[in-house]
Ligand binder design. Structure first.
Ligand code: MGD
Ligand code: MGD
Ligand code: SF4
Ligand code: MO
Length: 855
């Protein structure tokens, strides 16, 4: 059988993938987003297909149930909630990882038939500020530009975007364009010196939350330089354009000058802009500058809000945010709501907007939500003030979770669990950041009893008496209904119109090539958009919660290159774990308050706390701590950072300020530090602090620390891995707090456990991991193991090149031997010759590692 064309389920770049039934994958050379490229996450997708921990059967109250029983229970829960609380006591919390068809069905159920606006999406945490900014400036939620603009631009400005790690294929396209045209400039605006800054022409280390002030200054500067615009609102916007950035004046002046003098400028913004209590103003402050210079929807010029999830855009199209209607229709225009009521033939259309995510979970916490259906998202981990969110989930009488995995903190809490199709099994469409609708196609059978989400929704709707409105035969029927709906606003001018796709046959839908909207008539392909726009005043406001003497540092959160959100897929791929195996907090060395690099540190805020490995990083602006959002109860229960993230939101978009929480840093005193390498996973609840790290097909690393006496911990942990006919080789020095043990059977290493008072006194993991691959350990290695002789040394080196498993140490060694270009490093080590996601980091090492002078 040939390959199936489908789309990567991770980020909003929306790369095309060619998949064979045996799980072999490659980038689709014909897809316009990636032209054959894939990043490290896309490249390893095949390794997620048969991942452990899939939810295979419906469950009710912790027991396996048939679909019939589980769906009856869901319907009963919603019926009861409707009876007790009315429509506002029911809710759905959905996700940009749903297919458009699933998303459409969920929104139709909530707004059309349950009669509540209470359907919100994790896009509230992601795109809500950009959506609100677009609606204020353009009157509609639309991204004017396309990816090609990043290649055509003479200046690309990244605002709060770590593109190299979060949208790697787009970053590769940008870097290729810069290599071909070196006059092209890249500016990065980020409080951290991220990998995206590698080779950038300018990095502005903005103070967290300072972006509105910066773009206000730019607006005034542009006006002074003579830019004028006929668009409404300029005078008010100029009058409101205040604020100071505290940036080095020379850097600031360079940026202002480059922006003013470069007609082809793209300003790409992401979560450093959106996830802020001034997120909507950040979007508008950026758009204002583009409007004043006439740079919107032009080749190589425009504001570009990049989407995070594979179908963040599709969710906005179907209106699955609580304040939007389907198809970009709007309650504010009563004729449109009326048209939708007629189209859906429902008496129950929600009368107005529902609760935004944080308000929704607050209502649940107060007992006002009787039934909540969570689909394709993990709010117990990903929402701020997550301790409160867990309480709210526990308080909800009928909590339903639809997911592919059983191993999510939210699925754990649900009363009813519904198994969803995973990637490769599900079938439908997604829309990427540049408005291109692509097909995700199934290329393997469903695992267990997993079913499409739209099907589960339709089944529940039927049980509640609305079967006729949900009687779709498959995703193509849903897509046609959705596409036809987008024509309802006519004759009003609305960019989002795909009614040209409303009469696709099943076969045409099956074969649909990537298609950019708008598509008003059959066969059209959308292009750039130049919407009528207005200026929006954006007076500067500082972040909602200011640092104080008690909480003097600012917690920034975000992403790592090789992990996806709550790690339900990427966390079980050893190759992806190797890049940043432990949950770590990065801080400028001068802010570390004497805490050593590699020690455990406690981060406390008024909302909660977390304990992580501390990493000194001179690339972080003073006063900030950066922590990745990824770790969960399954991998490192003490490192769940969102317990401490503040729940402040943007007043317009309701998007939480995930990038700014006042915190303090404290030591995390432990009696011992250690690690356990074992041939099976022992979970993440082994000690006061645990980080579980899959390192190979059958090898797990457990990083540990505890407060109990080390000798007790040593005995307790050894008992966990004991096996018949296996013998321990021990080396203990209790006085020094050192405990070492290796478990062997017939010379084969089964487990090893090392405890020491200080993390720096522990041996290298990489060397020990290597020993697990040996059929039998020789006497020299055994002696070394015992004595720990060979074993002392620096911490293990992270794997930068996922494709060829090359560590940072190996790359540095090749540079030290004279490989002074990325190509030579590639020749010497193969690093960077695969998917290319590690190339920016190799470039960084090349600038840092001393290269020997030619003899
Ligand atoms: N590897 C990987 N890729 C992903 C994802 C993933 O989980 N893993 N998730 C996807 C999703 S859903 C999303 S939304 C995107 C997110 O993609 P990005 O927005 O690029 O990623 P983040 O790391 O969340 O944040 C970006 C940067 O914002 C900076 N920042 C913090 N505060 C401020 C500020 O006040 N101003 C400015 N200018 N910058 C600030 C942070 O230091 C950080 O480097 O990534 C997508 N791609
Ligand atoms: N501190 C902090 N918190 C953040 C952020 C941050 O930068 N900092 N970023 C925020 C952002 S931008 C985002 S987008 C969120 C993401 O946060 P979440 O959405 O909570 O994270 P995921 O781990 O992607 O959860 C998606 C779940 O959906 C499941 N799934 C995948 N496909 C399907 C499907 O088709 N059907 C069903 N039913 N399930 C499916 C997966 O197995 C997984 O369990 O996190 C937000 N939280
Ligand atoms: S850039 Fe990587 S994660 Fe994003 S869609 Fe492409 S392959 Fe997938
Ligand atoms: Mo996101």
């Amino acid at each position: 059988m040939g390959e199936i064309r489908t789309t990567c389920p991770y980020c909003g770049v929306g790369c095309g993938v060619l998949a064979a039934a045996d799980g072999t994958l490659r980038g689709d050379p014909e897809h316009p987003a990636n032209r054959g490229r894939l990043c490290s996450k896309g490249t390893t997708l095949g390794e997620t297909l048969d991942q452990p921990g899939r939810l295979l059967h419906p469950e009710v109250d912790g027991k396996c149930a048939s679909w019939e029983v589980a769906l009856d229970e869901v319907a009963e829960g919603f019926r009861k909630a409707l009876a007790e609380h009315g429509p506002q006591g029911t809710a759905l919390y959905v996700s940009g990882q749903l297919l458009t068809e699933d998303y459409y069905a969920a929104n139709k159920l909530a707004k059309g038939f349950l009669g509540t606006g209470n359907i919100d999406s994790n896009s509230r945490l992601c795109m809500a500020s950009a959506v609100a900014g677009h609606r204020r400036a353009f009157g509609e939620d639309l991204v004017p530009g396309i990816y090609e603009d990043l290649e055509l631009a003479d200046l690309v400005v990244l605002v709060g975007s770590n593109l190299a790690w979060c949208h790697p294929v787009l970053f590769q396209r940008l870097q290729a364009a810069r290599a071909a045209r070196p006059s092209m400039r890249l500016v990065v605006i980020d409080p951290r010196r991220t990998t995206s800054c590698e080779g950038a022409d300018l990095h502005l280390p903005i103070a967290p939350g300072g972006d509105v002030a910066l773009f206000n200054i730019l607006l005034r500067h542009l006006h002074v330089r003579g830019f004028r615009s006929e668009a409404p609102g300029l005078d008010t916007a100029l009058a409101a354009a205040d604020g100071e950035t505290g940036l080095d004046p020379a850097l600031l002046a360079t940026f202002l000058d480059w922006f003013a003098t470069t007609p082809r400028t793209v300003t790409l913004f992401s979560q450093g802009a959106n996830q802020s209590s001034a997120g909507t103003d950040k979007a508008n402050a950026i758009i204002n500058c583009h409007l004043l210079t006439g740079r919107i929807g032009q080749p190589g010029a425009g504001p570009f809000s990049i989407t995070g999830q594979p179908n963040a855009m599709g969710g906005r199209e179907v209106g699955a945010l609580s304040n939007m209607l389907a198809g970009h229709l709007d309650w504010d225009r009563p004729a449109e709501a009326e048209a939708l009521r007629g189209y859906w033939q429902t008496p129950n259309l929600a009368a107005g907007p529902g609760l935004k995510a944080l308000d929704l979970f607050r209502a649940a916490g107060e007992g006002r939500i009787g039934a909540l259906w969570v689909m394709a998202t993990n709010p117990a981990v990903s929402l701020p003030d997550a301790g409160r969110i867990r309480e709210a989930l526990r308080r909800t009488p009928c909590l339903v979770a639809s997911d592919c995995t059983r191993e999510s903190d939210t699925v754990d809490l649900a009363r009813i669990r519904l198994p969803a199709l995973g990637w490769g099994e599900k079938d439908g469409t997604v829309t990427n950041s540049e408005r291109v609708i692509s097909r995700q196609r199934a290329f393997r059978p469903a695992l267990g009893e997993a079913r499409p989400d739209w099907w589960a929704i339709a089944q529940v709707a039927a049980r509640l008496g609305w079967g006729d409105a949900f009687a779709w035969a498959g995703p193509s029927a849903i897509f046609r209904e959705h596409a036809a709906l987008t024509g309802l606003a006519r004759p009003a001018a609305r960019a989002f119109d795909i009614s040209g796709l409303a009469d696709l046959s099943d076969a045409e839908y099956a074969a649909m090539p990537p298609t950019r909207w708008p598509v008003v008539r059959r066969g059209e392909q959308g292009g750039r958009l130049s919407p009528p726009a207005r200026f929006v005043p954006t007076p500067y406001r500082p972040p909602a919660n200011a640092p104080s003497p008690a909480y003097p540092l600012v917690l920034l959160t975000g992403r790592l290159r090789d992990q996806w959100h709550t790690m339900t897929r990427t966390g079980s791929v050893p190759r992806l774990m190797a890049h940043s195996p432990e949950p770590a907090a990065a801080i400028h060395p001068a802010d570390a308050a004497g805490l050593a690099d590699g020690s455990l540190a406690r981060i406390e805020s008024p909302w909660g706390e977390a304990t992580l490995r501390l990493r000194h990083d001179p690339g972080l602006a003073r006063g900030g701590i950066f922590v990745p959002m990824h770790w969960t109860s399954r991998f490192a229960p003490s490192a769940r950072i969102n317990a401490s993230v503040n729940p402040a939101v943007d007043p317009i978009s309701g998007q939480p300020e995930l990038k700014h929480t006042p915190v303090r840093l404290l030591p995390a005193p432990m009696a011992w530090h250690g690690f356990l390498l074992a041939r099976r996973s022992l979970g993440a609840d082994l000690a006061d602090w645990t980080a579980l790290i899959p390192v190979g097909a059958a090898l797990w690393r457990h990083e540990l620390a505890g407060t109990e006496p080390p000798a007790e911990a040593f005995a307790r942990l050894r008992a966990l891995v004991e096996e018949p006919e296996a013998a321990w080789v021990l080396l203990e020095d209790p006085a020094a707090g050192l405990h070492r043990a290796a478990l062997l059977r017939d010379g084969r290493l089964l487990a090893c456990l090392f405890l020491a008072p200080d993390p720096a006194a522990l041996p290298r993991r990489d060397w020990l991991i290597f020993l697990f691959a040996e059929a039998a350990i020789g006497s020299a290695a055994r002696r070394a193991l015992l004595a720990g002789a060979l074993a002392e040394g620096p911490a293990p080196s992270p794997t930068l090149c996922v494709c060829h498993g090359v560590t940072e140490a190996v790359i540095c060694a090749s540079i030290a031997r004279g490989a002074n270009t990325p190509a030579l490093v590639g020749e010497a080590t193969r690093a960077g010759t695969g998917c290319g996601s590690c190339r920016p980091e190799i470039a960084a090492l090349l600038t840092k590692t001393p290269v020997p002078e030619p003899a």
